[in-house]
Write a protein that binds this ligand. Structure first.
Ligand SMILES: [Zn+2]
Length: 252
């Protein structure tokens, strides 16, 4: 019998009719997770306290990247222009950068909230893919993720690794239909408490379970050791713009 990965309700208690895309369909996601009930699926796609849903926060960020990659792809795929509710892309001397639209430029609360929703979306995407690919996720230690992503409780640090060079591996149609592969690159470090993922060329690291100070220090140390060749530094994401969505490193 199916049991929801997020709320633990089973088929007698809730419905499992709709396709729950792990990576939002609006981002080109193709896979869906059968263990997500309709109620939880809807939760991530619905506006609650903000003027956007969690899926939309995720889409707003990664669509910038998709646009950027498609623009520079050799087969010059038609991008259909850049569409966003919150951002615009500026170009100066051939270099592209991302700015907030005028209505959001000076709204620091909006920017903070958007960042939080994005982080929750990142966890949603990761966790549903983890369950889909590795058949785990019901264990108690993952309540850490459930509380934050699904129930909006607490806060979890998410790290972003800044690249040294604008080169990363993507398959031919990956920008159009992105996917999440675990342990894709050698430099991704993961252990029982922390996980790193690469998505559209972006590398994120985050805890997947509660951890203590020593475990945290050990993680950062070991992770950075793996990254000396390809990465410049690590950022604790506090603002949406801490993530280099436009891959400005590709400008160089
Ligand atoms: Zn559910």
């Amino acid at each position: 019998m199916k049991k929801c990965l997020w709320c633990f309700k089973n088929e007698n208690e809730t419905l499992f009719i709709k396709k729950a895309h792990t990576i939002p369909k609006s981002l080109g996601g193709q896979n869906y997770n059968q263990n997500v009930c309709d109620e939880c699926n809807e939760y991530f796609g619905t506006k609650h306290e903000n003027i956007y849903s969690i899926e939309e926060a995720l889409k707003e960020g990664f669509n910038i990247t998709r646009y950027r990659i498609l623009l520079s792809s050799p087969n010059k795929r038609k991008t259909g222009g850049f569409k966003s509710r919150f951002f615009e892309i500026k170009e100066r001397k051939g270099k592209k950068s991302v700015r907030y639209n005028n209505s959001f430029k000076f709204n620091s609360n909006f920017q903070k909230e958007l960042c939080r929703s994005f982080k929750r979306g990142l966890y949603k995407m990761f966790f549903e893919e983890l369950n889909r690919q590795k058949n785990i996720g019901y264990e108690d230690n993952f309540n850490f993720i459930r509380n934050f992503a699904r129930y909006n409780k607490g806060d979890i640090p998410v790290f972003y690794f800044n690249r040294l060079y604008g080169i990363f591996m993507l398959t031919e149609n990956e920008a159009a239909t992105p996917f999440l592969l675990f342990d894709r690159m050698k430099y991704l470090f993961s252990n029982k408490k922390f996980q790193e993922i690469e998505f559209l060329g972006h590398v994120f690291g985050f805890p997947i379970s509660s951890y203590d100070e020593n475990e945290f220090k050990e993680y950062i140390e070991k992770s950075l050791k793996e990254k000396t060749t390809f990465f410049k530094d690590i950022t604790l994401i506090k603002k949406f713009t801490d993530i280099d969505f436009i891959h400005s490193i590709m400008n160089k």
